[in-house]
Structures are given as C-alpha cells and as structure tokens.
Ligand binder design. Sequence first.
Ligand code: CTP
Ligand code: CA
Length: 228
Amino acid sequence: FAEEQNYQFLKNRHFIVTAGPTHEPIDPVRYLANRSSGKQGFAIAEALQKLGAKVTLVTGPVYQNTPDRVERVNVETAIEMEKAVENTLPADGAIFTAAVADWRFNYSPSKYKKGRSEPDLIPIENPDILSNISHRKIDRPSLVVGFAAESENLLENAKVKLQQKGCDWIIANPVIESEDAPSAMGGDYNKIFIASHAGIENWPLLSKKEVASRLASKIADYFNLINE
Ligand code: CTP
Ligand code: CA
C-alpha cells in the first residue's frame, strides 16, 4: 500500500541503468575485473521503478538481488554491455553507473601455462558506452547521466568528462578513502558532486540508497519541468 501512495512521477518513462563491473576474459580461467559491487546502480534502478518508471538494468557480474519489477539483463564484457544497452533503446533516460573495463585483451581459448607461455595482455580499448549513447543522432535519451570514478581532482576531471562524453550530468564520486568520505567502490556510502551545464551540486555523505532516492527525485523534477 505504501508503494501505491508513491506518486508515479515517472509513469510511462523508460530508463536504462548500467551497473557493476565488466569482466574481460583472458583465457578460459582468467579475467580482468574491478571492485564495483553494483550497489549504487541497483539502488538507482529500484528508486526509479518506485517512482513508476519502466527500468531496464543492464548489469555486469554482481551479487545483488534484482529489485522488484525491474527488468534485468546480465552481461559479462563491455562489448556485451554496449550491445545490450543499444538493444534497450529507445529510452527517456540512461544512467551509466557501471564501472566498464577500459580495456579488453585478445582471448586465448587455451589456458596459459606458466613456464610455457606468457599471457598476451596487450590492452585493447573498449568502446565508451556512455559517450557513444550521448553522441547518437537518433534515439539519444533526453537525459544521459554518467558517473565519474576519480582518485584525485574530482571536480576538474568530472567537468572534462561532462564535455567530452556529451552527457547532461556527471556524478563524480571518490574511489579512494579521504577524511570526508570512504571510497565509493564496493562500500555502502557515497559522497557525490553532480556536474551539469547549470553548475555543480555538492551532496553530503549519504548511503547509496539515499543517493538513489534523491537522484530519482531530481530526475523526476527534470522530466516534470520539460513536460511544462
Ligand atoms: N563508461 C562507459 N564505457 C566505458 C567507460 C566508461 O560507459 N568504456 C562510463 C561509466 O559507466 C561512467 C563514465 O563513463 O558513467 C565515466 O567512467 P570513468 O571510468 O570514470 O571514465 P573514463 O572515461 O573511463 O576515464 P578514466 O577511467 O580514464 O578516468
Ligand atoms: Ca574508466
């Protein structure tokens, strides 16, 4: 009943949320990964759904329960994630929380054996899903939001990413511990800045669930404003 009472501000809106790490295979037993837990993206998917949105959650390998009424698409690699996102278009909004691996490797179908072979770990750059979706001529979602994982110069780097990736908002979060905040990677808390063409918002340290519900409200405001 409580959920029925929630105003359906995002009814008839479709969102894509990406979450988690990607895994880039090296050989049948090895892969490149990162510390992303998927928590922030899953919480955002849940919060958007609670405001009445249709949500497609494209996620890398994580240990998270699928939120109620959210459509989940599991992927492993960055290339698979990009295809899944493209197959999900059109959408009103796309929120890119995934920690997509920046590089993949040539896959060796036989296992590398020590002493006999050295792994070919020459990095091949992965497609930038956020940038590609932002720069689309057709089916560009009207709100495209990226996250920036930064170990230093958080704001400066976020502003550069906002420009280069062509998105509407960049949410900058620290990925190393400081006096103000723990690392966003893997933990339950997040201390974010939101950079947009309107300027910078500085949010307090919040749980990832709280970040998600406030962000969903901000997104609902955005769509209600462009409706008028
Ligand atoms: N992203 C993406 N596809 C990639 C790399 C990143 O969609 N291949 C998205 C992430 O989901 C995030 C944003 O781009 O929303 C920024 O990711 P981040 O790793 O902070 O930035 P990069 O552009 O990859 O730069 P770097 O890692 O060098 O800081
Ligand atoms: Ca990156």
